[in-house]
Design a protein. Structure first.
Length: 419
């Protein structure tokens, strides 16, 4: 199993390009199931989760053509199997995103229950309740969700918890339903709005995506489209933290500062200088200046994202002062804490909070990545630690960061992948 070895202490410098957003690409690939016309998707990130989704579509009978610039053409004119098997769903929960499109277009679907997950229990009850409100008959047996409907109908759905993939699943299902669907307390995440733009370019009639109230008027069919995925705000934020934590100076291109204002504010509070234009963000640390500790409380967009919590925990480990990190979205999303402690960090975990008291220096160690964002956090810690850090089980990182060691090397980091 791949490992990364990192020699810490090099301030990152230079420019890199940000990839397309994983969390927009996954629902947009699922959305292609809503039409039998070809859909062209550009700015697709080269990630393991994308390969898994392509494998899933391929199993169902999709024709997929990928060019060398990661532009994919998906053609679902000949779908034969409306089934998402456990072997794939267990490696990627977002596979649940095929449920809404399949039942909406084909009137039936069988999708494995995602089950347990390393960042706490992540149920899909809200997805299922919403589809049931739209007229789907849903049963669960032998670990599989079976959904059937002659044709879904519009419904009024008011989520009691904000759910990103739940909003996306129901929004996709509603595009081909009979009548109007209203989703209240919808997720505001930019990836939801990106999916809606893609669906509208396929002929859907969606208003309000990106706000808390989305209205979808069902249409009889969707057509083909060509759509470019928005930049990955979490990849962007992760490289900004990498620059800040190493006392460096970087410019990130092909991104969008408006997607991560809460993260940029916290970086400024920590002492970084940020300069933005429409498509790039530069971060510089004053030479010799030490980062200041910053409190973080995760919440749905536009507040501080849970997917940046682990990276900011790493940053606080070497900052001056004390910070409290509060995780409000997922339980059990602090698996990086014990690994950071092995590197000399001073962390105290209590319920959904971690108290971080900054230390002058972390020390390289052998540590294990246990989920995607925790892996990013441990790499960041390795970049600033004294000596060599070995990050084991690094396959998680390939689910969500395109060629991370190449991009970090481009910024001057001393990092190498070992078999
Ligand atoms: C998505 C993102 C993930 C991010 C998360 C929160 C994708 C592919 N993944 O995950 O990177 O960390 O949003 O921003 O976009 N919940 C329920 N019942 C449900 C659904 C969710 O109780 O049916 C709860 C969850 O347990 C969690 C909260 O709602 O506590 C938010 O989860 P949700 O927004 O659904 O996360 P995902 O869509 O899985």
């Amino acid at each position: 199993m791949d490992k990364l070895t990192i020699r810490g202490g090099v301030p990152l410098r230079g420019e890199i390009s940000i990839s397309g957003a994983k969390n927009a690409a996954l629902p947009i690939l699922a959305a292609t199931l809503l039409t039998d016309k070809p859909v062209l998707i550009g700015n697709l990130p080269h990630l393991h989760d994308i390969t898994t989704t392509m494998e899933l579509l391929g199993l169902m009978g999709s024709d997929l053509m990928l060019d060398e610039r990661m532009m994919i053409e998906v053609n679902n004119h000949n779908l034969t199997r409306l089934h998402a098997p456990h072997e794939l769903v267990k490696t990627m929960r977002a596979s649940i995103l095929v449920l809404g499109p399949l039942v909406s277009r084909y009137g039936r679907a069988q999708v494995s229950l995602p089950g347990g997950c390393s960042i706490g229990s992540r149920p899909v009850d809200l997805h299922l309740q919403g589809l049931a409100a739209m007229g789907a008959d849903i049963t669960v047996h032998d670990g599989y969700i079976e959904a059937r409907a002659k044709r879904l109908h519009g419904a009024y759905i008011n989520f009691d918890t904000v759910t990103v993939t739940g909003t996306e699943n129901l929004m996709m299902a509603a595009t081909l339903a009979q009548g109007v669907t209203v989703i209240e307390n919808a997720a505001l995440e930019p990836e939801v709005a990106d999916l809606a733009s893609c669906l509208n370019s396929m002929g859907a009639n969606i208003c309000g995506a990106g706000s808390g109230r989305i209205e979808i008027e069902g249409v009889d069919e969707l057509g083909g489209a060509s759509y470019d995925i928005l930049p990955d705000r979490i990849e962007t934020g992760t490289y900004l933290v990498a620059a800040a934590i190493t006392g460096g100076r970087v410019k990130l291109k092909n991104t969008d500062p408006s997607l991560l204002e809460a993260v940029l504010e916290k970086l400024v509070e920590a002492g970084a200088r940020i300069d933005c234009d429409e498509t790039s963000i530069s971060l510089a640390m004053e030479s010799g200046a030490r980062l200041r500790a910053v409190d973080i409380a995760t919440a749905p967009f536009p507040d501080f994202p849970t997917d940046m919590q682990a990276q900011f925990t790493a940053m606080n480990c070497i900052a001056e002062g004390r910070a409290v990190i509060t995780e409000n979205i997922f339980n059990n999303r602090f698996m990086h804490v014990t690994e950071l402690q092995k590197m000399g960090a001073n962390l105290t975990l209590s319920g959904n909070q971690v108290e971080v008291r900054g230390v002058e220096q972390l020390t390289g160690s052998t540590i294990t990545a246990r989920d995607l964002r925790a892996s990013a956090c441990l790499i960041l810690a390795g970049l600033v630690a004294q000596g060599e850090t070995l990050v084991e089980q690094v396959y998680h990182i390939d689910r969500g960061y395109e060629t991370i060691e190449e991009k970090l090397m481009q910024l001057g980091a001393s990092i190498r992948r070992l078999p």
